[in-house]
Design a protein around this ligand. Sequence first.
Ligand SMILES: *Cc1c(COP(=O)(O)O)cnc(C)c1O
Length: 448
Amino acid sequence: MARPRPEPAHPAPPGRPRRFPEGADRAQLIERTLAQYRRYLNPGLARLFQFGGVETVEWAAEGCLVWDVHGREYIDCACGPAIFNIGHRHPRVLAAVRDQLDRMPMSVRTMPSAPMAALAERLAEVTPGDLQYSFFCNSGAEANEGAIKLARLATGRPGFVVMQEAFHGKTLGALSATGRAYYRTPFEPLVPGFVHVPFGDAAAVEAAIGRDVAAVMLEPIQGEAGVILPPAGYLRQVREICDRRGVLLIADEIQTGLGRTGRMFCVEHEGVVPDILTLAKALGGGVMPIGAFTARPALWERMKRDPYIHSSTFGGNPLACRAALATLDVLVDERLADRAGPLGEQFLGRLRELQARHPAVVKDVRGRGLMLGIEFTHRDYALMTSAEAGHRGVITFYTLNNPQVIRVAPPLVITPALIHRAADGIEEAVAAAEELLGSVGAATEGGS
Ligand SMILES: *Cc1c(COP(=O)(O)O)cnc(C)c1O
């Protein structure tokens, strides 16, 4: 079937980006960095790098491509995850940040900040329905912390209905909403009041809504759970239940938002307007860290009474807000959400062929737009495929709550030609993993 292919929106720049300086000692830098990981930073991660055969250090990036210190080129299909929706180092974001950097990077807070105010207005314009007031912070977990506090403040109720296997971040409040016991148990007791129900089951949501529930909180497509799509109509059903039962709906669009699934926000596929929407990851254009929660006006009454009831020193700083403003402009002007749909179909088509050729290794491929996942029959296949794909110049990564799934989520500016190159690399990696590991999936019970 002939499908019109979008033109490259942000073509790779002429020439190569900054290479590792001639004469400098690469081997020494790599060795020292890994030793520092082992000794001062994260020994477990150092081991993981070693297992994956990662004998290098990242060096430069541009558009959809990343280079290591050896000058080897990688197609970024992990996006860190999902932070490079507009590609690495988009020139419009760099220009905005440089302009602000040369003038006033951080706010004194005693005078109004024009970039922060402009970003709040811009978010009200691009978010669905009557979402209007925003608060800015520095990460996804913080955005969800703020949303949780706002829901309690606005309703006077402490409880939340959240989803099993959900990922909302790892600070204590966000972790309380996160649905994987592995990350939760060592830190208990967590914030009380969170009830976890199966994702995709609207009746379970309804049954869990008791008298003290402030909000239902969910990801429209679960990312770290392994790219899990709910049944069609689920979001609309949950919205209807929330309305009927008088509780708020919080949509965590930190991974699904900003064009990733083929719409600016994933809830728009079902015409749903949440009461609070949280963002982070791609909002800073892959240049600055920034998070936000945006809410309907009625929820903001208590926030209006005390301007410091919730605050953050660096949240909404001018550098981050200029980056976010430029990012939203790029997403709209380059129609990147519209690209994600057909490009995602192309990529998913290649992954389906891959599944058909390797049924013993690949259990399922799925996704929406350019938020795709490959589920393997065993987690070792996922780990090995990700490592082997890296050796072939394709960056992927397993999902945090489900190591049996690797995420395929390239920048939305990727081209059809690069998708084929990436898919070739992944296919070779799957074949290599199958050969290296043999029938590990058949020998042991599933993954996890
Ligand atoms: C990554 C992520 C978070 C947490 O964001 P951090 O910036 O890592 O704190 C929260 N929710 C979802 C859906 C995410 O994918």
